[in-house]
Design a protein around this ligand. Sequence first.
Ligand code: ATP
Length: 514
Amino acid sequence: MDENLFFKKATLLICSSLDVEVALWRCFEFIRTYLPADAMYLNIYEPSISGIRYVAMADDRGGKKIGQSIKLPVGLIQAIESGRRLKDYLIINRPDDDPLGRIITTELQLKEYSFIALRLFIEGHRLGVIDLFAKGHNRFSEDHARLLAQLREPFAIAMANALKHQELLDLKESLVSDNRYLNSELISRAGDEVIGAETGLKDVMDKVIQIAHLKTTVLLFGETGTGKEVIANAIHRQSPRRDEPFIKVNCGAIPENLIDSELFGHEKGAFTGADSQKRGRFERANKGTIFLDEIGELPPWAQVRLLRVLQTQEIERVGGSPPIRLDIRVIAATHRNLEKMVEEGSFREDLWFRINMFPIFIPPLRARPGDIPLLASWFIKKKSKELGITPVPGIAPEALSNLTKQSWPGNVRELENVVERALIQHRHGPLYFHHPQKLSPVMENDFSLQVTPVPVPLDEVIRTHIIEALQAAKGKINGSDGAAAMLAIHPNTLRNKMKKLGIKFGRKVKRFSK
Ligand SMILES: Nc1ncnc2c1ncn2[C@@H]1O[C@H](COP(=O)(O)OP(=O)(O)OP(=O)(O)O)[C@@H](O)[C@H]1O
């Protein structure tokens, strides 16, 4: 027999597939023309279970993946873990006379078989063992074992590659499922329900139904906190893309030097700190919807980049990836008057045309007072659940109708905050809604009677402090004379805090008009 030819042919077969069970089966088919062979198994050492796990097997019916674990005797485990050099192969011709042989043939239900166990190492680490079985006792000789042992290295390399490949596939699968979960989380965070869909937001929802199933770009505009994200989410959920990602980008909250990499991703080493490749939000939104919130906050150079992506439907990661083709539905939102910004030259006209294909105006809460009791009741239920308050507290007489008399400059978000505060302060009810803003005489009259002397909530103190800084800065946020510098925080942090606390203030707001 030509051993070189045997080695060459077997090696080619062993390395012929990245699927471990296929490689194992092809090799088994070849080997059985030279050696007694009725089945071949691959196991890997699993320290976590103090034993081994069979991952694949082959016999004359083909190869298949398996997952059978076997605990090994303590003595053998100690030998493996101490790194003591065990023989490269073992011949077990009468398994019943050998402790290890007995365990293995019993577990695999190959009681009347002989076998050779060939240990595989890769770079000095124990990878696993190939077990070649033949029916009957005393089937294997030293010559058989030496011939099989010639294949140790190709087996080890091929099996290591196949196992790594399998690991990657498993990882990919778990990433896909994580992704699905996170996307569904994103969607539910934005709120699944549109309260007022049949009342104050009826016109809005009619438009949503009209446009949802198309790929048309939608522009949502309206004051801050009116529910633009809720509507963007509703469009996505009613579109054919509902099972694909819904990715939100708050264009005003990304530091300028990170906009490119956040939106379009980067290659490893593209800049200092880019120590791995990263997919940008656009790439993550592929096949789904991207929600570009606060689009008016994008600096001019980023507007140019965005326009190009919208036109070509292609992105390139920072650091030079080949163009990546995307299929994305774009929903943009702004609380600013983009038309006016175009006139003033701070927003590109071509980008404005591109995103203004189907504008939807979200009316402020004061223009739909009928929705206020609906929203308040809904928030009471939702927040009680979140805060673990049971039973859901009742509402003081007149408290709901008093809410409808407020002006709500922070819109639904402000109402949400007021409800949450009321729940924290009066968790057993009845609920009074203490409105911290003294914006109108109506408010002062209504709430001065209901306020119980409790310590001022921290948010309220922060809120007042921010408003004072904004007043001192004449509404300016950025720059050395802006409110952010006065408060010694980043302008984006200030904007986020203003958003969270429902503070509608500043030069932008004065510019907003329907
Ligand atoms: N119609 C609605 N039904 C239920 N919840 C709503 C509705 N409108 C707004 N909300 C809730 O109010 C809060 C603010 O809404 P959202 O974030 O959608 O406003 P926005 O207009 O996108 O704000 P901004 O302009 O500041 O980004 C969210 O918690 C949202 O779930």
